[in-house]
Design a protein around this ligand. Sequence first.
Ligand code: RAM
Length: 368
Amino acid sequence: MKKKLISVLLCVSLAATMLAGCGSEKAASSNADAGNDAGQEAPAESGSTEGGGAEGGKTYAIVTKAAGNPFNEKTADGFKEVIEASGGTAIIKHPEAPTADAQVSVIQSLISQGVDSICIAANDENALQAALEEAMAAGIKVCCEDSKTNPDSRQVFVNQAGVNEIGVALMEAVHDITGGEGQWAVLSATSQAANQNAWIEAMKKTMESDEKYSKLELVEVAYGDDEPQKSTDQTQALLAKYPNLKLICAPTTVGINAAAKVLQDEKSSVKLTGLGLPSEMAEYIGDDDAHSCPYMYLWNPIDLGRLGAYTSIALVDGTITGAEGDKFTAGDMGDYEVIAADDGGTEMILGAPFKFDASNIDEWKDVY
Ligand code: RAM
């Protein structure tokens, strides 16, 4: 109830001050602190040696999917800000490649270092299990953010938005932008990414659930591995392979940015939607033929990192164990409750996906 009240209040003040509108109370919650520290780029890897807070200088690590992804860097910024403000030490690890192997070696070095917690965006749902179980057996608290592991490999998942909500929002966008018929393709990140795969599955389920989608044909799911060059190549390959393609949906910030460049450079009539950073996509968003992307969605990546940090602190200080029904206060973000996730583990939800279009993109492009 308290979270609901806080969210509604934040929603009202956000609407009043930023003219950005807000789709729901959760959207407001996820974007409420958007103005804080936005746009700061985190170094590829960093650690603070200050420590010495109430928890006696505990060390909290965040492991992202990979280096070179601005979304990951903004999430790490939010994480670091909260950990350091609480007097802890933040360790930021961006693995060299978006693979499970790269994350396993990072986890192993964090175990040897004796960190107090690991908050990880998993590159593979199952392949980190042995390493993360070893971490938990050593007393390290483990949560996921952005992309989850299986339930045995984590204590709780900090989920950016409901999987089904994202799937429905994206599928509705595909339907709307194509006029409800024609060929479309997905440009994803890596084929093992649990978040990407869950969103794509949710889109497919939505498509099958209603006759109104029956004239839409999903021709291919392509993988750009969250690498700009590979995402560019995959976009070009889709255009070459499907001359009648009407739309690409890229539920990845790296993929949508690469696809936008290709479509706009080639003056293609193929339209684009998906999940993108406003700071990277502003020049491609618009309703006319000169712009590829009429609108897209995302959540606040800085807040995602901040919530990951508050969750790590709550796990380390024993306020929560990650069990369903656990409650804690995430600083100025308000109260959160751990709920059952549909994989049998637990999660908490940051907020709802937020829509960015021609009417509000200028308000957000300098925020994140
Ligand atoms: C990319 C990554 C990340 C995802 C965002 C939307 O940066 O794949 O995991 O959450 O896009």
